[in-house]
Ligand binder design. Structure first.
Ligand SMILES: Cc1cc2nc3c(=O)[nH]c(=O)nc-3n(C[C@H](O)[C@H](O)[C@H](O)COP(=O)(O)OP(=O)(O)OC[C@H]3O[C@@H](n4cnc5c(N)ncnc54)[C@H](O)[C@@H]3O)c2cc1C
Length: 388
């Protein structure tokens, strides 16, 4: 084994969640390192980048709503700080979202969502089909009504990841381009990892932020291993014409025959259409069926998409937890923290995750807003399920 190289904090995984954690930790004066064979890659290469605290609200996820809103509020300042530090334009657009219904079932579903949003004190406005088309003239004539949510914005996740890599470099974070093979546990605490080439990287604290692979790191004791699984999402990217004004002004989304579909128009002319949601293990094959369903459903919403050049098809993996909420902060194993399980909201949750993890790494405790997301909530359930 190669000699140990040490830091205060070692982050396993350099996706957006690991990178924001490392950046914020370094800003607080901690000597920080990241280990990842491909830092800045991960699910952010595929993600649409909706910052959709309000339109992504689901029954039973009201606790998560608080964290999502806290992160959405941080976004303007967070994006401005990153851009100023790195010179990267993040493609942040405060453009709002329109969720529409195409038939009576979709309309009833959207009405229920509206009622839930109102009960939760959120800002959304019911519109007739005609008003929806007035806002977005490319919408299909059959649109039966919709919800206007002016607070749900977007960012380009690839640019966000690239900016976070630069921010980490500028803050003095050491980046090891390697795969962590195994967690090292000495006595009763985590002390580092061993990489695929046998190098030992030692650290005062280890943060496991390996996305959908977070539950697969060898050496992590079974009772603290995060219950994270991959949920596959396929997307397609089209290019919108520059002429004749904007193709779409804001994110447009709907539930079509039970499947969620959204169209995210970026400032650079890219139109991202997503996303499937499939339990297929670590498979990232783009399938004809996945692309067909996305284009079919998007075409029902915005018929004019068939004229646009199709530039990219991709599939990625959302790191999902049993309650669809992230696992943040210290575990029962001294020296091991988690920052994973962000599922379909990882881009939205990047600012609040960075702040919460930096706080946990410097003080040992999560800030109030992040406390419900302690990994210990699953540990407790596992322990009570065990026979006496
Ligand atoms: C199709 C799709 C659409 C999405 N749309 C949105 C959206 O609109 N809005 C939103 O907020 N979120 C969205 N998401 C979710 C978001 O992309 C994820 O939640 C987020 O990117 C997860 O980031 P992460 O850093 O936790 O994990 P990942 O991005 O998976 O990064 C994990 C990193 O860990 C590294 N790694 C893994 N194992 C090891 C190891 N053993 N050693 C070292 N490194 C390792 C990997 O190389 C990778 O770089 C979407 C996701 C998908 C797939």
């Amino acid at each position: 084994m190669s000699p140990t190289r040490t830091s205060d904090v070692l982050v396993v995984g350099g996706g957006i969640i690991g990178l924001v954690t490392a950046w914020r930790a370094a800003q607080r004066g901690l000597a920080t390192a990241v280990v990842d064979p491909e830092p800045g890659g991960g699910a952010a290469r595929v993600a649409a980048g909706m910052l959709a605290a309000v339109t992504e609200l689901h029954y039973g996820e009201e606790t998560l709503l608080g964290l999502n809103l806290a992160s959405a509020r941080r976004y303007p300042g967070f994006a401005a700080e990153l851009t100023e530090l790195t010179g990267h334009d993040l493609g942040y657009r405060a453009c709002g979202t329109l969720a529409v219904a195409l038939d009576a079932d979709d309309r009833a579903h959207l009405r229920e969502l509206h009622a839930l949003q109102q009960r939760s004190g959120l800002d959304s406005q019911w519109l007739s089909g005609r008003d929806c088309r007035r806002l977005e003239p490319m919408l299909a004539p059959g649109v039966r009504g919709g919800l206007r949510v002016d607070g749900d914005h977007q960012i380009d996740p690839r640019r966000l990841a690239a900016a976070l890599v630069t921010a980490c470099e500028r803050a003095g974070v050491t980046v090891h381009r390697a795969r962590a093979e195994r967690l090292v546990v000495a006595g009763d605490r985590a002390t580092g990892v061993v990489t695929a080439d046998g190098t030992e990287l030692g650290a005062g604290q280890v943060v496991l932020a390996a996305g959908s692979l977070s539950g697969r790191l060898a050496g992590v004791p079974a009772d603290v291993l995060p219950p994270v699984r991959p949920v596959k999402g396929q997307v397609v990217r089209l290019t919108m014409p520059a002429r004749h004004g904007p193709f779409l002004n804001r994110t447009v989304r709907a539930v079509v025959r039970g499947s969620h579909v959204y169209l995210v128009p970026r400032e650079n002319g890219e139109l991202v259409i997503g996303a499937t949601s499939e339990e297929m293990g670590w498979d990232t094959t783009v399938t004809a069926g996945g692309v067909y369903e996305l284009l079919r459903d998007a075409h029902e919403l915005v018929p004019g998409i068939t004229e646009l050049p199709l530039t990219e098809t991709l599939a990625g993996l959302r790191p999902a937890s049993p309650d669809n909420a992230p696992l943040l902060g210290p575990t029962e194993l001294e020296g091991l923290l988690l920052a994973t399980g962000h599922h379909r909201n990882g881009v939205l949750l990047t600012p609040v995750t960075g702040d919460a993890m930096a706080e946990a790494l410097t003080t040992g405790a999560l800030p109030e807003v992040a406390r419900p997301f302690t990994p210990r909530r699953f540990g407790a359930a596992v322990r009570t399920e065990q026979p006496a």
